[in-house]
Design a protein around this ligand. Sequence first.
Ligand SMILES: C[S@@+](CC[C@H](N)C(=O)[O-])C[C@H]1O[C@@H](n2cnc3c(N)ncnc32)[C@H](O)[C@@H]1O
Length: 252
Amino acid sequence: MWSSFTDFVFAQGAAERSQCYGPILEQLKTLCPLSNSCQSVSVLVPGSGLGRLAYEIAKLGYRCQGNEWSMFMLIASQFILNRVKGTNVFVIYPWVHNFCNNMSSGDQLNSCLIPDVDPHDLPPASDFSMTAGDFNEVYNEEDTWDCVATCYFIDTSPNVVAYIETIQRILKPGGHWINFGPLLYHFADMANERSVELSYETIRRIMLKHFGFELLKEEVRIPSTYIQSPLSMMKLQYECVFFVARKPLISK
Ligand SMILES: C[S@@+](CC[C@H](N)C(=O)[O-])C[C@H]1O[C@@H](n2cnc3c(N)ncnc32)[C@H](O)[C@@H]1O
């Protein structure tokens, strides 16, 4: 039983993280167990948001870099990751702008203490960094990364194929792309924006046939929520795809 609403919110956050980050972290540990020489495995997390997945990967002992282009996300992640020490030091009101679907007026003002983990609680020799900028522009160097982990990211581009192209280019031969998320194309229906909204089936075909990826694992319709208010009268649930794809050792 929750001792307070704040415990409840933490537990909800943990559940969401385990839905989407859980499978990514599990696959990473399976593909590159740290018991052998994988300590130097490099993992890139494009569209890392506030940096939590990248932090979790670094905490496991991998060399990890998050990449993010939103100034809002970068300001918040820079503050949390570089300036905050300890846990539960700030109160935030994540749903203060939600005027709809409140069972009680107080639900809108429900608070949450952050961070729930100490951002400085990384292994002493950890190699964790963040870059600012558009993923397609920042990353061009071929055959650089052992793993690219994308979570709720590939639908943020007006052209998802450009992301696939970049991921294919920057992965080392034999490197892995781990992806979890839906296809809520961010540029769809935006005035004066071009947007290509491909189905997962089409993305899959392009990945395999055009870019030569080999699919090692694939699950579809995995239920997942994203910053869902636990008390809201409306719940939005995605049915996500999760896959692990390997770049061929020899490019065609
Ligand atoms: C839906 S959020 C997912 C955040 C994080 N991966 C997570 O799971 O919590 C997508 C993130 O990708 C970022 N993003 C969108 N387009 C990007 C681009 N071209 N390069 C880098 N980041 C981008 C957005 O600013 C946003 O923070």
